[in-house]
Design a protein around this ligand. Sequence first.
Ligand code: GLU
Length: 607
Amino acid sequence: MCGIFGYLGHQQALPILVEGLRRLEYRGYDSIGVAVDDGETIQTHKTVGKVSDLKSILPASIDGTLGIAHTRWATHGGVTQANAHPHASENGTVHLVHNGIIENFQQLRKSLSKRGVECKSETDSEVLAHMMALELEKGAEPLDAVLSTLRRLRGTWGLCIMFKELDMLVCARNGSPLIIGQGEGETFVSSDPHPLTAHTQRVVYLEDGDVAVIHRGSFNITSMKGHSVEPNITVLDEAWGEAELGDAPHYMYKEIHEQPDALRQCIAGRVDREMGTGRLGGMGLDHSTLIQAPHVRLLGCGTAAYAAQIGQMLIEKMGRIPAVTHISSEFRNNDTVINPKAIYLAVSQSGETADTISAIKEIKLKGGQVFGVVNVVGSTIARLCGKGVYIHSGPEQSVASTKAFTNMVAALTIFATQLGRTRHLSKDEGRELMQALQQTPHLMETYLEDIGPIDEAVSLLCEANSVLFLGRGLSATVAKEGALKLMELAYIPCLAYPAGEMKHGPIALLEEGSPVVVIAPNDHLKEKTMSALHEVKARGAKVILIHEQGDAIASEGDVSIAVPAVHPALTPLLTVLPLQLMAYYTAVRLGRDVDRPRNLAKSVTVE
Ligand code: GLU
């Protein structure tokens, strides 16, 4: 969600900033802007729309080596050019870009108004430029102007600020990610590691409360209290550079097809076939912690919450220990009881999900230990938790998650096995599951080589006013993930229900020809799922059936899509594939923006 890029160095800033914005595009945004110091003035250009729209209004070049840039995901004020960032103070001494939300902006706006300063935009961000300018007018140094402004704020910020006629940038972080990249005689600032890898691998992740003063090729970090902070240099993995689209039509298409290899990466070195268990070294869990844990709680949002729900079921099944999944945004406000002996797992692709970060802080405050299940190495959640498991999907750029979902499920399956083996799961059961997991990438490949009649399913879906997804057990959650994918990509209202619950409500929606997606792998619940299938068919609905290869139930679907047979605990890793493809091809056929669906963002860094 939203992005910041900043540059101060020896190269022309504008092309670097525009390229930085392009690499941030995958995060989702609605407007865009850039400001470059040309030596005499600070030139600002901004517009509603995409990087290509910005390029069309930019001059051919701006002669300047210092600048800031922003992609905005509107939280306060409509999507308009006036609300796009950068924002400037009235006298133009301060220009800034902001990610996050200033909660007390109305109060701050009123006090500015009393001093005769009126905001031009509706955003919460603009007040900051005016407040800093007033401090400068009083004679404060730039760092002090920023610090005294920040001390009056409530909310979250990733900020990159430039000052007229000053060869410097000031950055600040509180709850919204910001990373400094150190080059040779040049410094980069970004809200995301992806754009930095094009320039440097040496980066510093700012921590909450950090304020950095950047000069050409050097920077200093201070705390909000003004104390000096020692920077912690991280070397970025090159794999985090831009994953090129290559011949693929969309990132989502590419990422769906990367799932077998991504899964191999996730499993590599984490399976102990001899002992029939998992080995998640980064969690640093000893046997006594695993044995004594009274329960497990999992946290996530969107797709990550569905991966967590599948993990929850496997933890209960194999570990015989109560497990509950919480939607992070609810968890943090519900004053949930925290048992410090319990195991808490925070699941997030980006590792920057603001709701999950808040939930983690709440648990830690109450003495609980949280483990991250995260894709982006060095992200806020990874660092906040300290321990956890990286899911190793590689960069996921499509807003709709695919390969991160399957790897979250795989990582949680390994965890559930590890937990189960310290309790009731036998060596043979553990071995069988771990061997089956190692074969799953190949089964995924087999399916992706022959995806079945997806086109026929898409024809039914494109015409639909709404779509119902049904499944039981693990497949009830796969149904939710399938419904989420189709809804977010194709903008078709979708409802997912446990198949047995259908008759208690959603059956009322069914009419002649309504498409219903039924997920019925060959597990112990299949027969019961088939009862629901017959109930919907009896009402004239058209069934898109996802089943295992060779299963006689194939004849029951109006459209039947077979996936390779797999261990019953691993069916989500296969059954989700046709659902991803159905959502993808439906969106393509309806002409939707597949990689960047409207209103959505890749990493949701606001609460
Ligand atoms: N709250 C700010 C706005 O609405 C910043 C949004 C963002 O993080 O992009 O303009």
